[in-house]
Design a protein around this ligand. Structure first.
Ligand code: MN3
Length: 204
C-alpha cells in the first residue's frame, strides 16, 4: 500500500458509543462507525489503489470507471468524519449556537427557530438516502441549507460544511424505524455548537 492511500483511516469517536443515548443508541453508533464508516474507508483505499495503477498505465477508461466509487466512498468518509465531530452527549450540547454564528443564522434565516424549522422540513423531505447540511458559501458570504443524495460531499456544490445530518436508514432505523422526523427532531439535542462554530470561524 502506498503512503498516499494509507493515510485514510477510520477516526476514533470523541465519545463512547453509548454516550449519545437516548438520542442515538449504542448499537446504532457501533454499527455505523465500525461497519458503515469503516466500509467507506476500506473501499476508498481499494479504489484509489486501482486508480493509481490505472493512471500509471494511462488507462483512461478504467480511470473514468473508478470515479463513481471514489466519489461515493470518499464522500462517505468525509461526511461521517464531520458527522461524529458535530455531535456530543446531550448533557454537553448547548441547544443552540451563541456568538457570531447565532447572529449570522439570524441574519440569513430570520432567527434560529426559523433556521431550525426550515432545516427540519428539508431534511425530512429528502427522498431516499442522503444528507442535509448547514454550509457556508464563501462566494455569497452566507449560510445555506443544502440537501444532497447518496454520499455526495458538500464540496460538490461549492459549500463548506458546518454540520450535516445523515438520513440514510442505517443512521436511525434500528431505533426510530420509519419515523425519520422523530430522529431529526431529536438530533438537535446532541449538536456540539461550540465545535460547529469553530469550524465556521476557521472558514470565514
Ligand atoms: Mn451513515
Amino acid at each position: 500500500m502506498s503512503s498516499h492511500t494509507s493515510s485514510h483511516t477510520l477516526p476514533d469517536l470523541p465519545y463512547d458509543y453509548g454516550d449519545l443515548e437516548p438520542v442515538i443508541s449504542a448499537e446504532i453508533m457501533r454499527l455505523h462507525h465500525t461497519k458503515h464508516h469503516q466500509g467507506y474507508v476500506q473501499k476508498l483505499i481499494e479504489s484509489l489503489e486501482k486508480y493509481a495503477d490505472a493512471e500509471k498505465r494511462g488507462a483512461l477508461s478504467e480511470m473514468v470507471a473508478l470515479q463513481q466509487s471514489i466519489r461515493f466512498n470518499a464522500g462517505g468518509h468525509i461526511n461521517h468524519t464531520l458527522f461524529w465531530k458535530s455531535l456530543c452527549p446531550p448533557s454537553r450540547s448547548q441547544g443552540q449556537p451563541g456568538g457570531k454564528l447565532a447572529e449570522c443564522l439570524a441574519r440569513d434565516f430570520g432567527s434560529f427557530e426559523k433556521f431550525q424549522r426550515e432545516f427540519q422540513a428539508k431534511t425530512v423531505a429528502i427522498q431516499g438516502s442522503g444528507w442535509s447540511w448547514l454550509g457556508w458559501s464563501t462566494q455569497k458570504e452566507r449560510l445555506e441549507i443544502a440537501c444532497l443524495p447518496n454520499q455526495d460531499p458538500l464540496s460538490t456544490v461549492h459549500l463548506l460544511p458546518l454540520f450535516g445530518v445523515d438520513v440514510w436508514e442505517h443512521a436511525y432505523y434500528l431505533q426510530y424505524q420509519n419515523l425519520r422526523p422523530k430522529y431529526v427532531e431529536a438530533i438537535w439535542s446532541i449538536l456540539d455548537w461550540v465545535e460547529i462554530a469553530k469550524r465556521w470561524e476557521e472558514a470565514t
